[in-house]
Design a protein around this ligand. Structure first.
Ligand SMILES: [Zn+2]
Length: 312
């Protein structure tokens, strides 16, 4: 289902705010996006109370989803969902991005043990484990577009790169970073670089060399560089052209009406069972933890509407 587009201010704060920048570089042969997502990752952390590994994994997937939304969605009402189902302690994650630069998401197991890859470096691949990545794009057409791949490493950036190459035939490089310290998430962001069809072999090799030695996004963010400056550093191209700067935010679109629709979608048999309970039904939104209570009488009303729909 499409999301309504809320009014958001159009000018982001490029010094400290969350935002997405898009650019063209290397004689128009490469398209690039970069973003800062620190505040929205902190908001997700406040909602879900995740352990560090879960917060980093979800932060990376939310950042990657926003980059893919910027690259692949055209209208404000379009949505893209990235769903990971895996056999590691996190079990998986669901993230939804929209064409108006919002994101929401959750981890199936928000509290898992911290495992380090090396001192100071969380092992996200181990926490995610083996499994699949499913991408669903709802572009307002009759059928949503769906693609599915096996996870490569569970480190997220590699998995998205593999998905883009194999499912969408778009050669890309994706960098994602979420840094946690004793106080929680301190920096988060990412970039995505895509070769355009007329990219020369020379350009491809130049970029591969630069990407090979490029430090992590969060390293640059700690040094005080913003997403524009990170693309500057990556390309070393004085003629890079920046296009839009858009604010990013964590927004949930749940409502009582949507929860009613979810209940009705369960079907009459299930609803009859639920309407038996004198305590009523308590639903929690996975994305924002809002609670929606339906009394037994409200459940019976829903049931009667299902059997005899109210006129439109
Ligand atoms: Zn919600």
């Amino acid at each position: 289902m499409n999301d309504p587009a809320p009014a958001i201010s159009s000018q982001p704060d490029v010094t400290t705010g969350d935002y997405m920048v898009s650019a063209l570089a290397l004689n128009g042969q490469v398209r690039a996006f970069a973003c800062r997502t620190t505040l929205l990752c902190q908001k997700a952390q406040a909602i879900h109370q995740m352990s560090p590994v879960a917060a980093v994994a979800l932060g990376r997937l939310m950042t990657g989803t926003l980059l893919m939304a910027e690259q692949g969605l055209k209208n404000a009402t379009d949505t893209i969902s990235l769903i990971i189902r895996s056999n590691g302690p996190l079990q998986g994650m669901t993230v939804v991005g929209t064409g108006h630069q919002t994101v929401r998401g959750y981890c199936y197991q928000p509290v898992v043990e911290t495992v380090l890859k090396r001192p100071g470096k969380l092992d996200i691949g181990q926490a995610v484990g083996e499994g699949t990545l499913t991408v669903i794009k709802d572009l307002g057409l009759k059928e949503p577009y769906m693609g599915k791949v096996e996870l490569v490493s569970g480190e997220i950036a590699e998995d998205l790169t593999y998905y883009l190459a194999s499912s969408e035939q778009t050669p890309s490089a994706v960098g994602l970073g979420v840094l946690v310290d004793a106080n929680g998430i301190s920096h988060a962001g990412g970039f995505m670089v895509q070769m355009l069809p007329d990219a020369t072999e020379e350009t491809i090799q130049y970029l591969e060399t630069r990407l090979g030695g490029f430090p992590e996004v969060t390293y640059w963010m700690q040094e005080g560089f913003n997403p524009d400056q990170i693309l500057d550093l990556l390309f070393g191209d004085p003629d890079i052209q920046y296009f839009s700067h858009k604010p990013l935010s964590y927004v949930c679109t749940c409502s009582r009406e949507r929860m009613e629709k979810n209940l009705i979608a369960l079907g009459a048999r299930e609803l009859v069972d639920l309407a038996q309970d004198p305590e009523g039904v308590n639903l929690e939104c996975h994305f924002c933890s809002n609670h929606y209570r339906f009394s037994q009488q409200q459940m019976q009303t829903l049931l009667s509407e299902l059997i005899q729909p109210r006129p439109e």
